[in-house]
Design a protein around this ligand. Structure first.
Ligand SMILES: [Fe+2]
Length: 337
């Protein structure tokens, strides 16, 4: 085994009707036509191809920073990363990292330790001194989400687009390749309406850590909260894959429930954020307590867990980088921020 990109790549999960429903879905908000038009490029391989060649041309002849800082280029070319090989993506990443790594010496000590660990392994567990979440807060978040509506997919846009109550989940019967597979998710508004979660989304320490790792000014570009129910999960994200949100980004996984190898622990192949070849990576299983934050470069190989034997798993993911990027568009986060 050498290259793993994404198990979902080149797989079709939606009928034409479901695809159209996704295009027209606005979370009940006023339509943003320009964004939705560009959203449609996600379905066009020819567009990916041309967008990827133009992006490579710009990066080569100007610079990655030039491309990265230009919002217009970003919206027109965000799906270009889909038309690139891993080799092309990693070439852009490595050039950028080699350039910014020289500034690591200037990073404040508490942050530098974490950045060093992410640079080396691809992820780092943040200790309680960095950000402390109390057990009362954990309990409140769990309660809040059990009382909120959710979608039957890994992401609201990768679901049947219908909102469900937590109490209805067991009765919910739908047979689809990726809907109702044990993953449920909340929309951005539901996450951000929770005070603690919104304070994490706008947390200056998380942003600073992301700025230091990425080597540029970042901002949060997606937030998603997911619930896994007790069920054998068969879903593409439980296979090793790389998140190609953007060339450079940093994401935080915030666990609201304890995880272990039989209950929803994420796996990460150490060092795979810097190398494509996957045969000699050691796998780390992220077994964590509730209230743990993991900072990670999710371009590195990772997988969800198909086992949820004893308890449910609630997790919030907040990702920092440059808006606009593929993940920001794909999740239609532009309807919220
Ligand atoms: Fe992922």
């Amino acid at each position: 085994m050498s290259e793993i990109y994404s198990p979902s790549k080149n797989r079709k999960f939606y009928t034409i009707k479901q695809g159209l429903a996704k295009i027209f879905f606005t979370f009940g908000k006023k339509r943003k036509i320009i964004h939705d038009l560009f959203y449609m490029t996600l379905a066009s391989k020819i567009y990916h191809f041309f967008a990827s060649r133009i992006t490579l041309f710009i990066v080569k002849n100007f610079s990655y920073d030039f491309f990265s800082n230009n919002k217009l280029l970003r919206i027109m070319l965000f799906s270009g990363i889909r038309g690139m090989s891993l080799k092309e993506i990693f070439k852009i990443r490595n050039l950028h990292f080699n350039k910014i790594i020289k500034n690591d010496e200037k990073i404040e000590l508490g942050y530098k330790k974490i950045v060093d660990e992410i640079r080396k392994n691809g992820f780092a567990k943040l200790d309680d001194e960095f950000l402390n979440i109390s057990s009362k807060e954990i309990e409140d978040v769990n309660m809040y989400f059990r009382n909120s509506y959710l979608y039957d997919g890994h992401d609201p846009l990768q679901s049947s687009l219908k909102k469900l109550k937590y109490s209805e989940l067991n009765k919910h019967q739908i047979n689809h390749q990726i809907f109702n597979k044990g993953y449920f998710s909340y929309d951005v508004e539901t996450s951000l309406n929770n005070k603690l979660i919104s304070s994490l989304f706008y947390n200056p320490k998380l942003k600073k850590l992301a700025d230091c790792y990425c080597g540029f000014e970042t901002e949060p570009y997606t937030i998603s909260t997911m619930l896994n129910v007790k069920k054998e999960i068969v879903h593409p994200v439980t296979e090793f894959h790389r998140d190609t949100d953007d060339f450079i980004a940093l994401g935080f996984f915030i666990y609201w429930s304890k995880t272990n190898r039989d209950n929803g622990a994420t796996s990460y192949k150490i060092g795979s954020h810097m190398k494509i070849e996957s045969s000699d990576f050691k796998t780390n299983i992220l077994e964590v307590d509730a209230g743990t934050l993991i900072a990670g470069d999710w371009m590195g190989l990772h997988s969800g867990n198909s086992k949820m034997e004893d308890n449910e798993r609630l997790i919030t993911m907040i990702r920092f980088g440059k808006k606009i990027n593929q993940s920001y568009m794909q999740t239609k986060s532009y309807y919220f921020f």
